[in-house]
Write a protein that binds this ligand. Structure first.
Ligand code: NAI
Ligand code: MG
Length: 498
């Protein structure tokens, strides 16, 4: 299978004719050749999006008209759910049931933003009383323009949809650049968007590498906004590119999210949510709760139970029954995670479980679920995002101690707390410096509520109404009562008349 780019309503080969391999991390096999976009393709895609936007073929439709088409995209995704989930599993390695959640969430996301597009027909958003009666002022919301969406490999289709759905709903035109490690479901998304009747140029897809396609896209002067999810380092360079043209940017970057477990909670439930918080999607999750803080009173017992439970997790290819931990996405991610594990040997942390590649596989990037305890707070594994199935556990004394340790991080994407005392949970939630807080759970994510981080975890919010407003500009329209006189120059005696 050879994929193509999607530019100006057509599937098209890259101008320079480059392709790269799509790899299944479960067995290292190549299953597709993916079109590799370069700057000449970026030029074509951005110009198509610009022209579509400037001609108003999408932005000037009513919200209800856009909603109708976006609901067809949602239906197209649902109609292909098994096919898409299977492709996502093959490309990324995640267990099939998790891939099914992602694809279903992508459809829900299109429906949700279709509803908001419909609501947006009620313009103006507000009429504002200004302090001079001769004026009235209204507030209009308009699409921000041409959006570059640059997305990662951990939730390949869903992360693209979190940007594409609200951007299209708002009336923007989009150029999507997915990760070179997982491009396939985004190619399918282009097909579905095309079939739903989104006009030519409104949505464009450039598969390809960061330096070849992502960089020229984020530097392009005809882009109005860049929406990025990925690493802190790349986020910085994208923001720098945006700064050159004073363009708006939203960033969803890494995390090292804490999970505070109090002694009064149900230990079975704590084990379940701790495992889910770090081992679902192989720990390749920006919001993974990778730093566990456990109250002294239950620390030894909880560690014992975590070890037992982690060692029962079934590792294997995502389509095998009962598998809860698939292969990491790529050789380089696998090497990166094993590098952390290797260096942890001299960190002073105590290895409780795992700590190596999983045995029994000739091929594929499998790593054991790995747990460290008594981790020094300056250890690399405690401080840096690993993006793999590795969790660190430390004890705490009291609320204050827990919060101090939890907040001592440059990241602030998410945090979680578990206790039977709900007042205490609320106190902790209020004091965690993070954009997302889970109480008595970790990870459940809903399209209706805003998603994004404090500190170096990012700028801006996706999902919810905030994730829609992120693709809108605010305009004030201020009108003077033309039956009145302003009278600044025409007021009575001027020098000349005297
Ligand atoms: P990355 O940040 O390099 O990739 C994200 C996207 O940016 C991809 O589409 C990539 O092609 C693109 N990109 C790369 N260089 C670019 C540039 N100069 N200009 C514009 N776009 C560019 O992430 P990568 O290398 O795939 O993963 C490295 C680490 O990043 C992971 O180990 C993990 O720690 C973190 N990460 C965090 C994610 C999150 O959800 N916050 C998602 C993926 C990775
Ligand atoms: Mg792959």
């Amino acid at each position: 299978m050879k994929t193509q780019l999607y530019i100006n309503g057509e599937f098209t080969a890259p101008l320079k004719g480059g392709y790269f391999a799509a790899i299944n991390p479960a067995d290292e096999s190549e299953f597709a050749q993916v079109a590799s976009a370069e700057s000449a393709d970026v030029e074509r895609a951005v110009k198509a999006a610009r022209a579509a936007f400037d001609q108003g073929i999408w932005s000037e439709k009513t919200g209800a008209e856009r909603a109708l088409i976006l609901r067809k995209v949602a239906t197209g995704i649902r109609d292909n759910l098994q096919h898409l989930a299977n492709l996502e599993m093959v490309d990324n390695g995640k267990p099939l049931p998790e891939a099914e959640w992602d694809i279903n969430d992508a459809a829900v996301c299109f429906d949700y933003y279709a509803n908001l597009a419909e609501k947006s027909d009620q313009q103006p958003v507000a009429t504002v009383d200004v302090e001079d009666d001769r004026f009235d002022s209204r507030i209009w919301m308009e699409p921000v323009g041409v959006v570059a969406a640059i997305t990662p490999w951990n939730f390949p289709m869903l992360m693209a949809v979190w940007k594409v759905a609200p951007a299209l709903a708002a009336g923007c035109c989009v150029v999507l650049k997915p990760s070179e490690l997982c491009s396939i479901t985004c190619v399918e998304l282009a097909r579905i968007i095309h079939a739903a009747g989104v006009p030519a140029g409104v949505f464009n897809l450039l598969t390809g590498f960061g330096p070849d396609a992502g960089a020229p896209l984020s530097e392009h002067p005809l882009i109005d906004k860049i929406a990025f999810t990925g690493s802190v380092a790349t986020g910085k360079s994208v923001m720098q590119a945006a700064a050159t043209g004073i363009r708006s940017v939203s960033l969803e970057l890494g995390g090292k999210s804490p999970f505070i477990i109090f002694g009064d909670c149900d230990l079975d439930k704590a084990v379940e949510w701790i495992l889910f918080g770090i081992f679902w999607n192989k720990g390749e999750v920006c919001s993974a709760t990778s730093r566990i803080l456990v109250e002294d009173s239950i620390y030894p017992e909880l560690l014992e139970r975590l070890k037992t439970a982690a060692e029962q997790i079934v590792i294997g290819p995502g389509d095998k029954d009962g598998v809860k931990l698939g292969p990491l996405v790529s050789k380089s991610q696998y090497d990166k995670v094993l590098g952390f594990v290797e260096r942890a040997k001299t960190s002073g942390a105590r290895l409780v479980s795992g700590g190596a590649a999983a045995s029994g596989f000739d091929k594929g990037y499998y790593i054991q679920p790995t747990i460290y305890a008594d981790v020094p707070l300056d250890a690399e594994i405690w401080c840096e995002e690993i993006f793999g199935p590795v969790v660190c556990v430390v004890p705490f004394r009291d609320e204050q101690d827990a919060l101090q340790k939890a907040n001592a991080s440059p990241f602030g994407l998410a945090g979680a707390v578990m206790s039977d005392d709900l007042d205490r949970c609320d106190r902790i939630a209020q004091k965690l410096r993070a954009g997302i807080v889970w109480i008595n759970c970790s990870q459940p994510t809903f399209v209706q509520v805003p998603w994004g981080g404090f500190k170096s975890s990012g700028i801006g919010r996706e999902l919810g109404e905030a994730g829609y407003n992120a693709y809108l500009e605010t305009k004030q329209v201020t009108r003077f009562d033309h039956q009145q006189d302003w009278g600044w120059y025409a007021s009575g005696e001027s020098q000349n008349e005297q």
